[in-house]
Design a protein around this ligand. Structure first.
Ligand code: ADP
Ligand code: IPE
Length: 264
């Protein structure tokens, strides 16, 4: 079983002012998935411009100050939940039109966090969908949090990857982003950034310039999840899903396409 993440940086135009899908990338990726051979697959997608701007504007996940603040954040929760659900519908429809039997899984309808980490998440339904031959498609969302000071927070697709990787023991975990893998520092900001074949610890990165912090911590947050997952015995690989053919290669069992995150 493969877990594949499609980063918001790839399937949406992340810098756009309004939620904007990158239909060229999405359509190509759906075709690459449809053309690949695998037994079972779970697709996790990010939120990009459908989620981050709203989560940021309403400061979802920051400490609740008072009742007015909670009401404001609840409005933001409802708006964000609605936009990421729309993105998920676009992704599922495109996958199905290209021949992938996608079924939508809404995190906020069954996952609860405690202090921003997944606390309750029943995987029975996902296992049944897989058994029936469906392709479950889950995504970064807003969820209810049991910490009384937080109450609601953002759940990144990357944390879902870590939880699913730990509990479903996939044979491969592949994360498609808009860069070739992990560099010594942000390749979009530094010309001298060097691509790393493997990463085993966050200390492998140069601190300065290595963080692209969005509401869920960008590449830094992703790596923290993946290093924890590697320590539990599940390796993962970050590849460039913006480049034609790489998702297909990765799904067809090629490794060494991007950066492998493995145990020290
Ligand atoms: P996604 O939406 O694909 O899940 P993010 O947009 O959150 O991913 O993070 C990917 C971005 O992280 C890249 O576009 C890149 O600019 C940035 N980044 C920051 N530091 C690094 C690094 N050391 N190596 C690679 N990318 C980095
Ligand atoms: C973020 O999910 C979810 C929301 C902002 C609601 P991700 O963190 O997985 O999204 P991307 O891949 O960075 O866009």
């Amino acid at each position: 079983m493969i877990i594949l993440k499609l980063g918001g940086s790839v399937i949406t135009k992340k810098e756009a002012e309004k939620p904007t899908i990158d239909i060229t990338n999405l359509d190509r990726i759906s075709k690459e998935i449809a053309d690949s051979s695998f037994d079972k697959i779970i697709i996790v997608h990010g939120a990009g411009s459908f989620g981050h701007p709203f989560a940021k504007e309403y400061e979802i996940g920051s400490k609740i100050q008072d009742e007015d603040d909670f009401n404001h954040k609840k409005l933001g929760f409802s708006i964000t939940q609605s936009w990421v659900k729309k993105l998920n519908t676009l992704v599922c429809d495109n996958l199905r039109e290209n021949g992938v039997l996608a079924v939508s899984i809404q995190p906020s309808s069954f996952i609860i966090t405690k202090n921003k980490r997944i606390y309750s998440c029943n995987l029975d339904l996902i296992n049944e969908y897989l058994r029936y031959g469906f392709v479950p498609v889950i995504y970064g969302d807003v969820v209810v949090d049991l910490d009384e000071n937080i109450k609601i927070c953002v759940l990144s697709g990357d944390q879902i990857i870590k939880y699913f990787g730990e509990n479903l023991k996939p044979t491969r975990v592949i994360l498609g982003s808009d860069v070739d893998g992990i560099y010594t520092k942000d390749p979009k900001k530094y010309d001298d950034a060097e691509l790393m074949n493997t990463v085993t610890s966050c200390e492998d990165l140069v601190a300065e310039g290595s963080l692209n912090v969005d509401v869920t911590g960008g590449m830094n947050g992703k790596l923290l999840e993946l290093i924890e997952l590697a320590e539990l015995g599940v390796e993962s690989e970050i590849i460039n899903a913006g480049k034609e053919g790489l998702i297909k290669k990765a799904l067809n069992h090629q490794t060494g396409i991007g950066t492998v995150i493995k145990k020290n």
